[in-house]
Design a protein around this ligand. Structure first.
Ligand code: MG
Length: 159
């Protein structure tokens, strides 16, 4: 068994047309997050947890944010590629758990879709929890959204 953890944070974008994407789900009616890709902090944290558990480095190693080919990238596509890397390393995912820290928007109405989306791609149960920062710090004052993730991997038997 191998454990991995990941963290990511993105500030809200000034662009009013930028959609908010979290855990692969587009959430209407909220400001989007700024970033080179679609800025899906939850999926990025999960990717880093998977790469960390497999001893493969981090998301920036494989998908550098200076690389124009990843501009506006769909983070679910990055997650699919991370799962291929994890499989090539001889591991399969057992489960994952994500906490999204955000003052707004309310994530509860989207939680089921987030869980379904990430669980399908990783082929294991991924739980998504929402928390707030109780008004404290930059997340608490609504400047951005952070996410933390842990995953468990198991080495595939070579029989
Ligand atoms: Mg990120």
């Amino acid at each position: 068994m191998r454990i991995g953890q990941g963290f990511d944070i993105h500030r809200f974008s000034d662009d009013p047309d930028r959609p908010l994407v979290l855990a692969g789900v587009t959430i209407p009616g909220s400001a989007g997050l700024a970033g080179h890709s679609d800025a899906d902090a939850a999926t990025h944290a999960l990717c880093d947890a998977l790469l960390g558990a497999a001893g493969l480095g981090d998301l920036g190693t494989f998908f550098p944010d200076q690389d124009p080919s990843f501009a506006g990238a769909d983070s679910l596509e990055l997650l699919r590629q991370v799962m291929l890397l994890v499989a090539e390393s001889g591991f399969e995912a057992i489960n994952g758990d994500i906490t999204v820290v955000a003052e707004r928007p309310k994530l509860a109405p989207h939680r089921e879709a987030m869980v379904a989306t990430l669980s399908e791609i990783t082929a294991c149960p991924i739980s998504v929890k929402a928390s707030t920062a109780e008004g404290l710090g930059p997340i608490g004052t609504g400047e951005g959204i952070a996410a933390m993730a842990v995953v468990l991997l198991m080495e595939r038997s070579s029989s």
